[in-house]
Design a protein around this ligand. Structure first.
Ligand code: IVH
Length: 743
């Protein structure tokens, strides 16, 4: 027997390892033990050490490259990465299926052609008033009525059958992860990009290579050669056990925990050191395609199955359905199973399975018309309310925070929830000892939805709001709405230590002074050490180097970064300072309007309360009313206000605003007319009208041929029908939102 060449032996080992990877990660059916696998990998490493000239980047030993990178390069997507439109109930889902059916079914489309024919025949008669023309017109009218009747009957029948479409629908779990586009050239992974803004993403190739379930080289398959260029899209996720392990380790290192697996995945993908990614056991599920050279696939189902042959992990829980009725049954059934999975699934994506039909339906600017996501309602669980604490926020507002018996909901154990304010507590009639139903808003922040009154014991006690500040014991002020109902309580002691810490956290955070190296943890650490007792103290920290270095987990480098961050933050400008101070009712919009109008803090200080509440921006009201003006004026001319301003001046913080030319708004609606109909959730009609006008368009109340867009909300009626008839582009509220998101 001859000994094989080292190069042959190496290639042999590599393909063996790739095949095992495929069995393990794609089929979930390992064919060898972990020990045997490790031995193969060790052998390969050994041979590669002996023959370094034979090492190639696609070798399974080369997942984590050398040094951490400096930052992420941006690169353009070969094909834009679109988003998916969402639905929340069966009715909306059926509406989507109906739209697909109407756009695809041959018989149905035939009616339109025939109707068009009739129109043509009628137009030939133009101007003729003779008996023959009259007769033809009459016949045409009858024919039209007949066709319309058949059209409606066809649609009725289709609706009853659940809008069957050739090739059917493919259903996939909607995976709550981080999207990535993987590019393979000649079977080798060459580039991985995040979604970014859909046109360009971050180059995360080094990190993607560190995910072991993603092949660096595709596994060749005899009957299905892979194309020269293959772009695969999918979700990177962190399995629940991995997430829990990671958070434990973060706590042990004194670091902030991740709130959910999705954030942990995002945080991991942002690592500059791929070795960190490799240590976290991320997974990948492919669900879509980007650029692909050569011949297409017969169906999306076929595409996914082929990916699996090549070693790319796909989700095993897909389901093919013939009708939307079948799809709905699957969605209902899957709803109760999804929470048992060890990765987050927040819905089901429903796709037209045949790629040629997908192409016929096409895309809107943001979404494909051929797929839609059904999102499950937030998971709700019951638990008992044990205690309510009142926390002091940065404006002095007291916020009730519930402590409950710990329960597992939407992926994590929850013990605390915000109760928002006193009004909310009264409205929901929440009492101590009650059984409360909680859910996570946006799958992150726990909320009390309601009380289960059937479980209320007669010992349940109404909640009493505090009569003094729970932190400094200072006086409390009540806030009431117009009718005298109490809506909130405030600690009005400006020196209240609880407020100060909160105010400083807000001051240093992104959007305000954006001080690098001064996150919540550091602010609290510095405040605890007595180094921060006022805003001015932030800018005096450079005199406290020694004290800083004495703090735990503070080295030279960290202190340098912190001080540099503070220095850089001084020149953010007046608007950012105004928001940073956390004055009640002065948020970022108000601050920008003020800074633009007055130009400097001095001018603002010289203004009367009257002036602040009545100045105009161009022809229009500034939006700053009595309440805002009173709060701002009150702060600026209070002892605390004067003191804070003096400190900022001393520290040479920029307190004015270069009068920038107002950039003309992007004119995306130029020459376009838009009509709104139906019930909208996020926008009022006036808001949409204003947006459209500002960006060059015209809003109208009736549909005509010259209408560009119809924004159709819930219960859109005749206008929607007319728009469809005239071929006017119809946008859902979500689509409209996407359209104007970047403005
Ligand atoms: S298909 C053209 N299928 O959800 C859009 N996307 O909210 C094709 N997602 O951007 C996407 N699971 O990152 C598709 N089974 C699935 C998915 C899925 C999760 C992500 C995807 C998309 C986002 C939209």
């Amino acid at each position: 027997m001859t000994t094989p060449e080292p190069s042959q032996e190496i290639e042999q080992l590599r393909s063996e390892i790739r095949a095992h990877d495929r069995c393990y990660y794609v089929e979930a059916e390992p064919t060898i033990s972990d020990r045997e696998y490790d031995r193969l990998l060790e052998n390969l490493k050994q041979l590669e050490t002996e023959h370094p000239e034979l090492v190639t980047p696609d070798s399974p030993t080369q997942r984590v490259g050398g040094e951490p990178i400096e930052g992420f390069r941006k690169a353009a997507h070969a094909v834009p990465m679109l988003s998916i439109d969402n639905t929340y109930d069966e009715k909306q889902l059926r509406k989507w299926a109906q739209r697909c059916f109407e756009g695809l079914d041959g018989t149905y489309l035939g009616f339109d052609e025939k109707l068009h024919d009739l129109d043509e025949q009628e137009s030939v008669l133009k101007g003729r008033r003779d008996a023959e023309a009259k007769q033809i017109r009459k016949n045409l009218k009858l024919a039209r009525e007949e066709l319309q009747k058949n059209r409606i009957a066809t649609l009725d029948l289709a609706a009853k059958a659940g809008f069957p479409i050739d090739g059917g629908y493919l259903l996939e779990p909607k995976i709550d992860g981080i999207a990535a586009n993987l590019r393979y050239e000649a079977g080798v992974l060459t580039l991985a990009l995040t979604r970014g803004d859909g046109r360009t993403g971050d180059d995360v190739t080094a990190n993607i290579r560190a995910i072991r379930s993603i092949p660096l080289r595709l596994v060749a398959h005899p009957s299905k050669p892979f194309p020269e260029v293959l772009e695969v899209r999918g979700e990177v996720v962190m399995p629940m056990p991995e997430f829990q392990k990671l958070n434990k380790a973060m706590v042990a290192e004194g670091k902030e925990k991740f709130v959910n697996p999705r954030n942990a995945t995002a945080g991991t993908m942002k690592q500059l050191d791929a070795a960190v990614v490799a240590s976290r056991n991320l997974q990948f599920f492919a669900h879509g395609r980007g650029e692909i050279s050569g011949e297409g696939f017969g169906s999306h189902d076929d595409f996914l199955k082929t990916l699996a042959l090549w070693g790319i992990p796909t989700n095993p829980l897909t389901q093919h359905c013939e009708s939307i009725a079948e799809a709905w049954d699957f969605i209902k059934d899957f709803g109760s199973r999804r929470t048992d999975l060890d990765y987050g699934v927040d819905g089901v994506v429903i796709k037209i399975d045949r790629p040629d039909l997908q192409n016929r339906l096409g895309n809107s600017t943001r979404y494909p018309h051929w797929c839609i996501a059904y999102k499950y309602p937030a998971e709700q669980v019951a638990t008992r309310l044990l205690k309510v604490d009142w926390q002091v926020g940065k404006t002095g507002r007291l916020t009730p925070r519930a402590t409950m018996e710990p329960v597992f909901v939407a992926g994590t154990t929850v013990q605390h929830a915000t109760l928002h304010n006193l009004g909310e507590i009264r409205r929901k009639d929440i009492r101590l000892g009650d059984t409360v139903i909680i859910e996570k808003a946006g799958e992150i922040i726990p909320q009390v939805v309601e009380v289960d009154l059937s479980k209320r014991s007669n010992k349940a006690q109404p909640l009493k709001p505090p009569e003094a500040c729970p932190d400094c014991s200072g006086a409390i002020e009540r806030e009431e709405d117009g009718s005298g109902k109490e809506t909130g309580r405030y600690c009005v002691n400006p020196e209240c230590p609880a407020q100060l810490a909160e105010r400083l956290i807000h001051f240093a955070a992104r959007g305000q002074m954006d001080i690098e190296g001064m996150g919540e943890k550091i602010v609290l650490q510095l405040a605890d050490a007595g180094l921060l007792n006022s805003f001015g103290d932030v800018f005096a920290l450079h005199n406290q180097r020694e004290a800083l270095l004495n703090l735990e987990r503070m080295g030279d480098k960290k202190v340098d970064n912190l001080l540099a961050g503070i220095e850089a933050a001084k020149s953010r400008g007046l608007d950012r300072v105004l928001v940073g101070l956390g004055i009640r009712h002065v948020g970022s919009t108000v601050a920008r309007v003020l800074a633009k109008h007055y130009g400097s803090l001095d001018a603002l200080l010289a203004a009367s309360q009257e002036d602040i509440q009545s100045f105009k921006v161009g022809e229009k009201e500034s939006g700053i009313g009595k309440e805002i003006a009173a709060s701002l004026y009150g702060f600026l001319h209070s002892d605390t206000g004067r003191h804070v301003i003096a400190e900022l001046r001393d520290a040479r913080v920029t307190l004015d605003m270069p009068a920038a030319e107002e950039a003309p708004a992007n004119q995306i609606f130029s020459g376009k007319t838009l009509v709104v109909t139906g019930k909208l959730e996020k926008y009022t009609r006036d808001e949409i009208h204003e947006l459209v006008a500002r960006h060059g368009g015209r809003a109208s109340s009736s549909i005509s041929k010259s209408t560009t867009y119809l924004v159709a909300g819930e219960k859109a009626g005749s206008k929607l029908a007319k728009a469809e008839q005239l071929g006017v582009q119809v946008l859902s509220e979500g689509e409209f939102e996407e359209l104007v998101r970047e403005l």
